[in-house]
Each structure stands twice: as structure tokens, then as C-alpha cells.
Design a protein around this ligand. Structure first.
Ligand code: SRM
Ligand code: SF4
Length: 561
């Protein structure tokens, strides 16, 4: 669907109502109308069909096996165990017996059929969560470092993330009317969207907070970022970043991944004004004629970062200060047990590609249910698709350890450093845009990569490896040291040389390659890395220092690399 068509649908939707009620009531199809599929995204709902059976159903002249993906919005990924238990029940009752943790600290359910949609959304709301603005041309789930228990700073940053999330949530009553039988307003003319206006944003928009030295949220991949600056143990303010994004299209060099620019420094009480100015600048100046060119990163590249900074300052009334110094060490999660400054413990649990389900001896869904039933902790979702069993009292640690062992889900039972730093997007069979396998293939690919690492004595070396089923970049592969991006069934483009902390883009290395070709290409590079690396040198840094891959200075030069 063209950008102009989508703009027309938004404009005529009466603030996201469209004909969703009629579509839901239509018993003749498992689908909703095409226009409503665009609007449902703003409500956190994607229409999908099972791609494993698509051609067989076409052959049998049946309509596709439609079902819906539902994404719940969870700022900073913070969940009580009661909320987790509600998600667990929804997964088993209405979805495909799994909860999918996402790369933005949210959860997804797959396989919900149309007649169960309303009940599922209502149940999510009963757990004091919602799905509004989890998708669509609005600000999405706001990310925040998932270990707020570790310091007063993290706890304060989580509060800022929640405030920003609330501030940028659409004001429309459509969500309550459609999904929660809320009172219908007499005329939607009475309603205003103070920040978004009638046509919302030209494209999706993403925001995150980060606390150095961990860049777990991958702040440079975000449209808007706040880098926490701590001085004398207190939050002095935030470096504001803007214009990050991963999505591109194979073969279209006008599209590219881009790392955010640092705009300047703001005080904590200026966050909302600055954020609103960034959002409204993009609302008014983003390209509404071509969706592939509609993200904030292109607005900034087209008009220049100085123009953008001036516009944000003018609209917000905030004069941004000189950015303050900071450094990142890694964009992954810190695994295992950590104690915070209140004495509570937190266990970061590896969840392969975010899929929480029971599979053979690894009974993750059941194990996490069992721990949640003790109600002596809370859960934090991480931006790397993992889960933190948080705020555990010292006396309960061994009980948690025992359950992890009993259900076969301890980190050491499953993972090498390479696997612990790997991610894959959902891909087949649910994602309508997948060109190659991703989540279902990554575990097997990591086995092979592990063998290659072992061959070169690199078993203990952590390298970030990320795979996506297409070029949209949902697992942020262009800021992984090894990035694989699906191009066709069994074929991937290989990107190499990003920084371990997500601070440098990877460079294109191999196009449209199969598994054998990819492993063959990596073999000599790993051999040289094992033999020639400097003390503590990361794989991506080594490749760049040795001129085996170019350092990509900015998004616009990505394809030239
Ligand atoms: Fe994504 C579209 C899954 C994080 C860039 N993404 C999709 C859709 C909804 C496919 C579609 O449009 O039909 C995928 C649903 C698959 C499924 O069956 O569940 C999908 N994206 C995901 C998730 C679940 C991947 C995961 O394995 O965790 C992540 C959900 C995050 C969340 O909770 O909100 C997810 N997507 C991302 C990220 C990473 C991030 O946000 O930090 C990116 C790259 C950053 C960025 O936005 O630039 C990302 N997704 C995209 C794009 C490309 C956007 C672009 O600018 O070109 C699309 C396609 C689109 O928007 O047209 C897309
Ligand atoms: Fe789907 Fe592509 Fe995103 Fe993977 S990267 S979930 S295949 S849109």
C-alpha cells in the first residue's frame, strides 16, 4: 500500500476507529478489511497468516490461515509476577502456547484468531497492561535499562521512561471503545490528538533511555534517545540523541541503517519538552509521500542535523547544552546473578531468541510460571530478548536456582558466550515480510558457529551475532559484529565489523550467501582474529583495525562500504 493510501486511511479513520468494529463482527472471514489492517497496528495488532501452509491453502482455494499477532506495550519491560501469570495464561488459552519477548522489552502473542481478539485484549488490560501504540505510526514502547534495582539512578530513569511513554501515548478514545466497550463519544470531532494531530506520524517512532556504560537498549538505533549522565552519584541530565534506525531494503541504496547523532544536553525536567519537539518536528517535516523514506533518520539527513537541532530548540524552548562525556562497553545483557544497592538479587536469564515456551527438557514457560507463582520477585524484559528474575531476596536465591535447574533453563545449561550474545527476529512462519528463516534457524546456525569458534580456540570469546529474516533489521543486525540478513530461503547477506557496544555500523561483506559460503568466509577471519588480536580486542574492532572490513562513518555511506 502506498504512503498516500496509508495517509488517507489515517486521516479518514476518526482517530483510529475506521471500520474495526464492523471488521471484527464479520463472520465470513478470519481477516479484517485492508484499511483496518493499517489501523489495527496502532492498537498493537497485526494481521498475519501461517506462511508454512500458505501455498497449500491457495492450492485448495481456501483463504489464508489468518490469525493475529498482539504486542503488549511495557515501558522498560517491567512486569509484576501477577502480570506475568496473566500473560502466561493468555499464551496458553488464546495464542500458540508461547510468549515472545521482543527486542524492545515488550511481549508478543502469535496465532490469536479473530473471534478471540477482543477477549485477549481485554484480558491484557485486566492485567493493567495495554497494547495501544505498541505498533503503528506513533511512538512505540519506550525502552529503559532493565536493571533499575541496581541503583537509584536506574530507578529514576525507569520513572522518566514511564512518564515519556504516557506523554506520547495517543489520546484517542478509539482503543477503549473498540476493545474495552468504553463509552462512545458523541462525535469524534470533539476529540483532539494534541501531539500527533489527525494523521499521526509519517512512520513509526522509537525512544529509549540508556545508562552508560551498558548500551543494552542500543540507543544509537533509536529515533530518540536519552543517555543518562551521572555526576557525583546524581543524574545531572541527559545527552539527547536523534535519527537512529535500522530498516533498509535490499538493493535500494536510498535506504540504509543509520546511527543516531548526539544533539546536545538537557536537564531531567526538560525531557518531555525536548521529546515532544522531536516528535512534532518529525510529524511536520517527515516524508509522507514515500514510506521507505519516512523515518526521522531521513528527515535529519535531508535537512541536516544543525537545522534539526535548531528546530527542536525553537519548538521546545530548551537550549541544549554541550553533550557531556560518556562511554559504552557492551550492547548485550549482563547474565547471571547481580546484587543491587538494596541487597536484593537479580538473575538475568538467557531466552533463546526471546521465545518462552516448553520444548523438550527445556521448559521455560512452565519454569517461569513456577517462579512467578512464588510471587517473591518481579520480571524485567531486556532489549536483547532476555528476562531478569528481579528483586529476589538473598534467602530465596537457592530456591530460584533449584527451579531453573529442575526446568532445564539455567544459562550454563544452554549457552556459550557466542550464543548468549546472539539474537534473531521472529521471521517465519508468522512474519509477513520474512524472506528467510530467522528464529527457527538461528539456534542451529549458532551450533555451527560455535564449532568454528572452538576450532580457533575462541570458545570463551563473546561476539555479538544477530540474524533477521529480511532487511528491516528487527534484531538490529547492522550493529552486530556478525550480522546475517535474510534475502531468500537459505540465503543471507553477511555484515561484519560493528562495535561490541553498538557504537559503529557493520559493513556489507558478502551478499546472498548460503550457510556454507558464510562459514567459509568467517573461518579465515576468525583464524586471524585468534592469532593476531590485541589484548581484549573485540572481533569487530579487530576486523576494522586490520582493514579486513571498512569502518562505516555514517549511514549514507553504508552501501559504499
Ligand atoms: Fe520490527 C516490521 C517484529 C523490533 C524494524 N517487525 C515488523 C513486523 C511487524 C512485520 C510486519 O510489518 O508485518 C514484525 C512482526 C513479526 C512477527 O511475526 O512477530 C516485526 N520488530 C519485530 C520484533 C518482534 C522482533 C523480535 O524478534 O523481537 C520486535 C518488536 C519490538 C517491539 O516490541 O516493539 C521488532 N523492528 C524492531 C527493531 C529493533 C528496535 O526497535 O530496536 C527494528 C529496527 C529499528 C528501526 O525501527 O529502525 C525494527 N520492523 C522494522 C521494520 C523496518 C522499519 C524501517 O524503518 O524501515 C519493519 C517494516 C516496516 O515498518 O515497514 C518492521
Ligand atoms: Fe519480519 Fe524482517 Fe522483522 Fe524479521 S526483520 S521480524 S523477517 S520484518
Amino acid at each position: 500500500m502506498s504512503a498516500l493510501d496509508v495517509e488517507k486511511i489515517k486521516a479518514g479513520s476518526r482517530r483510529l476507529r475506521g471500520t474495526l468494529l464492523e471488521s471484527l463482527a464479520d463472520p465470513l472471514t478470519g481477516a479484517i478489511s485492508e484499511a483496518d489492517t493499517q489501523l489495527s497496528k496502532f492498537h498493537g495488532i497485526y494481521q498475519q497468516d501461517d506462511r508454512d501452509v500458505r501455498s497449500e491453502r491457495t492450492r485448495q482455494k481456501l483463504e489464508p490461515a489468518y490469525s493475529f499477532m498482539i504486542r503488549a506495550r511495557i515501558p522498560g519491560g517491567l512486569l509484576t509476577t501477577a502480570q506475568w501469570l496473566a500473560m502466561d495464561r493468555i499464551a496458553r488459552e488464546f495464542a500458540n502456547d508461547s510468549i515472545r519477548l521482543t527486542t524492545r522489552q515488550a511481549v508478543q502473542f502469535h496465532g490469536v484468531i479473530k473471534r478471540r481478539l477482543k477477549r485477549t485484549i481485554a484480558d491484557i488490560n485486566s492485567a493493567a497492561l495495554d497494547t495501544l501504540a505498541a505498533c503503528g505510526d506513533v511512538n512505540r514502547n519506550v525502552m529503559s535499562p532493565p536493571l533499575p534495582g541496581l541503583s537509584r539512578v536506574h530507578r529514576a530513569v525507569q520513572r522518566h521512561a514511564e512518564e515519556l511513554s504516557a506523554h506520547l501515548t495517543p489520546a484517542t478514545g478509539a482503543y477503549h471503545e473498540i476493545w474495552l466497550d468504553g463509552k462512545k463519544i458523541a462525535s469524534s470531532e470533539e476529540e483532539v490528538e494534541p501531539i500527533y494531530g489527525d494523521t499521526y506520524l509519517p512512520r513509526k517512532f522509537k525512544a529509549a533511555f540508556v545508562v552508560p556504560p551498558q548500551n543494552d537498549v542500543d540507543v544509537y538505533a533509536q529515533d530518540l534517545g536519552f543517555v543518562t549522565i551521572v555526576e557525583d552519584g546524581e543524574i545531572a541530565g541527559f545527552n539527547v540523541t536523534a535519527g537512529g534506525g535500522m530498516g533498509m531494503t535490499h538493493g535500494d541504496t536510498a535506504t540504509y541503517p543509520r546511527l543516531a547523532d548526539v544533539l546536545g544536553f538537557c536537564r531531567p525536567d526538560e525531557i518531555l519538552a525536548v521529546a515532544q519537539a522531536v516528535v512534532t518536528t518529525q510529524r511536520d517535516h517527515g516524508d509522507r509521500t514515500e514510506r521507505k523514506h519516512a523515518r526521522l533518520k531521513y528527515t535529519i539527513d535531508d535537512r541536516g542535523v544543525d537545522w534539526f537541532r535548531d528546530e527542536v530548540q525553537r519548538r521546545s524552548g530548551v537550549t541544549l547544552g554541550e553533550p557531556r562525556g560518556f562511554a559504552f562497553v557492551a550492547n548485550g545483557d549482563a547474565y547471571g546473578w547481580h546484587r543491587d544497592d538494596t541487597g536484593a538479587w537479580h538473575y538475568t536469564l538467557f531466552v533463546q531468541n526471546g521465545r518462552v515456551s516448553d520444548a523438550g527438557d527445556r521448559r521455560l514457560l512452565s519454569g517461569l510460571r513456577r517462579i512467578a507463582q512464588t510471587r517473591r520477585c518481579e520480571y524485567r524484559l531486556t532489549p536483547n530478548q532476555n528476562l531478569i528474575i528481579s528483586k529476589v531476596a538473598a534467602r530465596d536465591r537457592s530456591a530460584v536456582d533449584d527451579i531453573l535447574a529442575e526446568y532445564g533453563i539455567r544459562n550454563d545449561a544452554q549457552a556459550t558466550p557466542l550464543r548468549l550474545n546472539s539474537m534473531a527476529c521472529v521471521g517465519f512462519p508468522t512474519c509477513g515480510l520474512a524472506m528467510a528463516e530467522s528464529e527457527r534457524y538461528m539456534p542451529e546456525f549458532v551450533d555451527k558457529l560455535d564449532a568454528l569458534f572452538a576450532k580457533h580456540g575462541l570458545d570463551d570469546t563473546a561476539v555479538t551475532a544477530r540474524m533477521t529474516g529480511c532487511a528491516n533489521g528487527c534484531a538490529r543486525p547492522y550493529i552486530a559484529e556478525i550480522g546475517l540478513v535474510g534475502k531468500a530461503p537459505g540465503r543471507y547477506s553477511l555484515f561484519l565489523g560493528a562495535g561490541f557496544a553498538g557504537e559503529r555500523l557493520a559493513a556489507p561483506y558478502l551478499d546472498n550467501a548460503n550457510e556454507e559460503q558464510i562459514l567459509e568466509a568467517l573461518d579465515p577471519l576468525l583464524e586471524r582474529y585468534a592469532g593476531e588480536r590485541e589484548d581484549g580486542e573485540r572481533f569487530g574492532d579487530f576486523l576494522v583495525r586490520s582493514a579486513l572490513v571498512p569502518a562505516i562513518a555514517e549511514g549514507r555511506l553504508f552501501h559504499a562500504g
